[in-house]
Structure formats: structure tokens, C-alpha cells
Design a protein around this ligand. Structure first.
Ligand SMILES: [Zn+2]
Length: 408
């Protein structure tokens, strides 16, 4: 399996301007190629192939207007063309329904929140004996190695984020590390008052440091909205918002890592709600930051499951998990959000709204045959790892293997 490892890097002022030049050149190459593809499209011509675009790039470098492109590593420019290819492939796959729909590739701007360039093996980048990152035409950049790389990476992406921080992002091959099998299974519900509710009744909130950081971010954003456009104060506020934003994202990621590792260690199979089911009516809540956080968390669960021999099952959102009694299966109709506890009219069970939903998620995934209140009994016959969660009558239920690279 391939995973991404990110490390903070600290380029000197000189190296920063070399990197800025490389970001700029990659952007120009990307935008030129995008313009060429758009022109071909509006003239009803076939798209120029990557080979043609690459040949054009070599020619254009010889012209005086674009001669400065030769001042950065040519690999970086070739990779910018690859990025455009990928962006188009994702766009078309979205149209074909192979993945969530996304917009057509757009022009990159100097003002984008995130700038990046990629060096592949043939760029001859390296990690020096002294632990620095040697980049062609940039130099040896200081790296803060927060953990060890499990294997030699072949490519490195250098990223500048909105908060002005630089990162080196490596793609590395990691070995599978199966954990000893266990009988425990769990269903997770994305909570309203809590981050997640487990089908065993545990409610998990975001840690206080994250909530505090989120509050600070809201304050900074309010502050920014009051500043006049184009003023120096607004620029200062914008940077502050970006920094606070980065801190919140880091804190959230740390929390997600901790929780996902724990759940994977403790359970053989985990059922989660899939919020990305296409064409599903989505509530305002589901569109919130909460939602974005949830998909990051589910991604972590999935790649950790694949690596450690566990199963993650996604349940379609259409399952009325909050309406059905998890004890007798009778559908009690929709319940307004303020109803936190209800009694089943058919069997008399008293349910906590969130826990009932988490139990239903576990049941829908085929992880538990029956459940009573907050108590989920493990199935008497534990499903084989490969079979868990695959029910012929539930088309939306699928075990998803980790494809390619999951962002860490
Ligand atoms: Zn009931």
C-alpha cells in the first residue's frame, strides 16, 4: 500500500525565491496546456495528447518569451502537465459516475491557497547524509523529520500552504501489518452533539483543544469580515485566519488519527454512514465542516483497515437509521431533530436517538443480527473477514479497498 508522509521544511529566503520561481513556472505550463485543451475543445478538435503537449513545452522553452522556463527543473514542468491530465481524468470520471462529480479543471493562480510542485525520481532529488532535502535548482532544504520514513520514497511534492508553511510530502510503500483477529464489531453514527456515536453507546466529542481552536478561528474570521477590502489590515487579518485555519486542520487531523487507530485496533469490522451517496438529499448539517471532517476520518479508517486486516463497511444514507427501532425493526416515522429520546410504539424499547442510529448502521452492514437498546451483541457466527458486510440485498453496501494513495 502507498501512503503519504508529510514533513515541515524550512527553506532559506534564497531557497524560497527559487521555489516561488518553480511554483510560477509549473503554473504557467499548467495554464498554457489548459488553454490549449480548451481551444481544441471549442474548435471541435481532438485534445492534444500528453506527448504533444510535452513536445510543445520543449519547443516553447526555446522561444525568448518563455526561455525562463529553463531556469527550473524540467521534471517539475512535466509533472505540471501530468497534473492537468489527472485533473481532466477525474473530471471525466465524475461525469461518468465513477467518482463524485467535480468541476472542470480551472486556471491556476498566483493567489491560490496552495502552491505545489512535484519531483520524481528522474529529477535526481535526494535526502542528504545530513538529513536535508536536496532539490534540483533549489538546494539543500532543512527538514523537520517528525517520524521515520518506512521505505525510500520515489517522489516528493513540495507544498506551500495558505499559512505560508512549506511541506515535503513523500509517497512511500508501506507493508501490511495484520492485527490479531477479534470478534468485536461496531457501528458509527455521525452525531449532532458529538463527533461520533458508537453502537455500544459510547459518545465521543471532539477534544477541547480542537473546540477551542475552532472558536478562535470563528473569531478571526469575524474580524476579517469587518476589514475593508484591499487594506493592509485586511491582509494581516487574512494571514491570521489562514494560520488559525491551519492549526484547526492539524488539530482535527490529529484527533482523527488517534480515534481511527483506536477503533481499528479494537474492532474487526466497522460500519459507517456514507455521506457521499450520489443523488441523496443532503441536509444543511451534512454540508457543514462536520461533513468534510467525517470523510477525512472515514478515509483514515479505510486505509488503516486495509493495512491491518480489518473491514470498513459503508452504509448508504437512505437507510432510515434514526427512524427504525433497533430492537424490533419497526419504522416509527421521522423524528424532529430535537427529539433526543423516544419510545418504540411497537415493542416499548426506549432509545437514545444517536445510539439507536449507530446500532442500526451496524445492523444494516450485516455486522449484527439483532440488537437490543444500546447493547449490540456480536453475531453468534462471526462472518469471515472477506464476507463481512456483503449482503446480497443491500446494493449500497460495499467494502471499499484503498485505492492508490490515501492522504495522511
Ligand atoms: Zn421496537
Amino acid at each position: 500500500m502507498q501512503l503519504r508522509y508529510n514533513f515541515r521544511i524550512y527553506p532559506t529566503p534564497g531557497q524560497r525565491s527559487e521555489l516561488a520561481r518553480a511554483f510560477g513556472c509549473a503554473r504557467v505550463v499548467y495554464n498554457d496546456a489548459l488553454a490549449a485543451r480548451r481551444a481544441a475543445h471549442s474548435n471541435n478538435q481532438s485534445y492534444p495528447t500528453s506527448g504533444e503537449l510535452s513536445k510543445r513545452l520543449t519547443e516553447v522553452k526555446r522561444t525568448p518569451e518563455r526561455a525562463w522556463l529553463a531556469e527550473v527543473s524540467s521534471v517539475v514542468l512535466q509533472q505540471a502537465l501530468r497534473d492537468l491530465d489527472t485533473a481532466y481524468r477525474n473530471f471525466f470520471d465524475g461525469l461518468r459516475g465513477k467518482r463524485p462529480r467535480m468541476g472542470a479543471p480551472r486556471f491556476r493562480s498566483r493567489k491560490d491557497r496552495r502552491q505545489s510542485i512535484r519531483f520524481t525520481a528522474n529529477a535526481h532529488w535526494s535526502i542528504t547524509a545530513g538529513g536535508k532535502l536536496r532539490l534540483p535548482k533549489v538546494g539543500d532544504v532543512k527538514v523537520k523529520w517528525s517520524r521515520q520514513l518506512p521505505s525510500d520514497p520515489s517522489t516528493v511534492t513540495v507544498v506551500l500552504d495558505a499559512a505560508g508553511r512549506y511541506f515535503a510530502s513523500f509517497v512511500v510503500e508501506v507493508a501490511d501489518e495484520p492485527l490479531p483477529e477479534t470478534d468485536a464489531v461496531v457501528g458509527l453514527d455521525l452525531g449532532l452533539s458529538h463527533f461520533v456515536i458508537l453502537s455500544d453507546g459510547t459518545k465521543i466529542s471532539s477534544p477541547r483543544f480542537l473546540r477551542r481552536a475552532e472558536k478562535r478561528l470563528k473569531r478571526a474570521q469575524r474580524n476579517l469580515s469587518r476589514k475593508t477590502k484591499g487594506s493592509a489590515n485586511r491582509e494581516k487579518s487574512r494571514i491570521k485566519v489562514a494560520r488559525t485555519h491551519a492549526r484547526v486542520a492539524d488539530a482535527r487531523k490529529g484527533f482523527h488519527h488517534q480515534l481511527s487507530t483506536r477503533l481499528i485496533r479494537e474492532n474487526q469490522a466497522i460500519a459507517v454512514e456514507d455521506l457521499c451517496v450520489k443523488g441523496m438529499a443532503r441536509t444543511r448539517l451534512a454540508k457543514s465542516v462536520h461533513d468534510a471532517g467525517w470523510s477525512q476520518f472515514v478515509n483514515m479508517l479505510e486505509y488503516k483497515a486495509a493495512r491491518h486486516g480489518r473491514t470498513v463497511v459503508r452504509i448508504g444514507r437512505f437507510e432510515p437509521t434514526s427512524q427504525v427501532c433497533s430492537a424490533c425493526g419497526v419504522k416509527g416515522g421521522p423524528k424532529p431533530l430535537h427529539v433526543r429520546e423516544w419510545t418504540c410504539g411497537a415493542c416499548g424499547s426506549i432509545h437514545d436517538r444517536d445510539i439507536n442510529a449507530a446500532v442500526n448502521i451496524a445492523k444494516a452492514a450485516g455486522l449484527v443480527a439483532s440488537a437490543c437498546g444500546a447493547q449490540v451483541r456480536p453475531p453468534s457466527v462471526v462472518a469471515q473477514r472477506k464476507e463481512a458486510g456483503i449482503r446480497p440485498d443491500a446494493a449500497a453496501v460495499s467494502t471499499r479497498s484503498v485505492e492508490g494513495i490515501s492522504a495522511l
